[in-house]
Design a protein. Structure first.
Length: 250
């Protein structure tokens, strides 16, 4: 039997499942509050933390009543089984792992990594289940990223790329360099400074017998690092490029 869809969806536009359908919350501010509470599920999120996520710089004088109004709107939209609890100085959203897509994503990613070395096929299945939960390349797509959202959504986005790197590694271990290459390119297309993904790209081109593409990709990595950081990639990537070319020549 298929698992039920999560009630709360953070891996894309912020949504709440209502009955058989899904709907975005009305208004950006309630969605910001929900995103912050989801990111720190089952922990008290302070009023100061929520305020930093809601407003640039100094919050308005009406910040506290406004925040209470946003929480009231959330309570009307949330699943009846979910507890949004008020505490002195903050709020807590109590969830199980199955309630929110980002918690399920983390669990599938953890399970996949546990078997990455011993059972790469099982790892691919689990890691792809994690990635299928994403409906966008960004978590909480469309929301202004301030305070907790700036920090923790960036971490969540980075975890998506890390899982793609894990999938690429698993495909390579299974003797599927073309699949590995496809996954690794999805990573460097989003973040060209991820050395691990570039390593998979180079190894895949080598395995596919594409020395020209191998060198072309290495040069692309160098350009990206020079443009973004003003330097070449770590020496390990250069050494890998040279070693793979030498093996081909030998």
């Amino acid at each position: 039997m298929a698992e039920p869809d999560p009630v709360y969806r953070l891996l894309g536009p912020v949504e709440v499942r209502v009955g058989e359908g899904r709907q975005p919350l009305k208004g950006g501010k309630p969605r910001i509050v929900l995103a912050a509470l989801l990111l720190r599920a089952n922990r008290v999120v302070s009023l100061d933390t929520l305020s930093e996520a809601l407003w640039d710089g100094e919050p308005p004088r009406s910040a506290l009543p406004n925040l209470r109004s946003y929480v009231h709107q959330l309570r009307r939209s949330l699943c009846a089984a979910t507890s949004l609890i008020g505490h002195p100085g903050g709020y807590e959203l109590r969830l199980t792992r199955q309630d929110s897509d980002h918690l399920l994503f983390a669990e599938f990613a953890r399970q996949g990594r546990e078997v990455l070395a011993s059972n790469p096929l099982r790892a691919v299945l689990l890691l792809r289940r994690a990635l299928e939960l994403w409906r966008s390349e960004q978590a909480a797509a469309g929301l202004a990223r301030r305070g907790i959202l700036d920090q923790e959504l960036a971490i969540l986005d980075g975890e998506r790329l890390r899982v793609l790197e894990d999938v690429a590694t698993a495909w390579f271990a299974l003797g599927e360099p073309r699949q590995a290459l496809d996954s690794a390119w999805r990573v460097v297309s989003n973040d060209p400074l991820r050395v691990r993904a570039w390593e998979v790209v180079l190894r895949a081109h080598h395995r596919l017998g594409e020395p020209g593409r191998l060198t072309e990709s290495y040069q692309m990595a160098r350009v990206a690092f020079r443009e973004e950081l003003g330097r070449d990639p770590d020496e390990g990537l250069s050494l890998l490029h040279e070693r793979l070319l030498a093996r081909r020549a030998g």
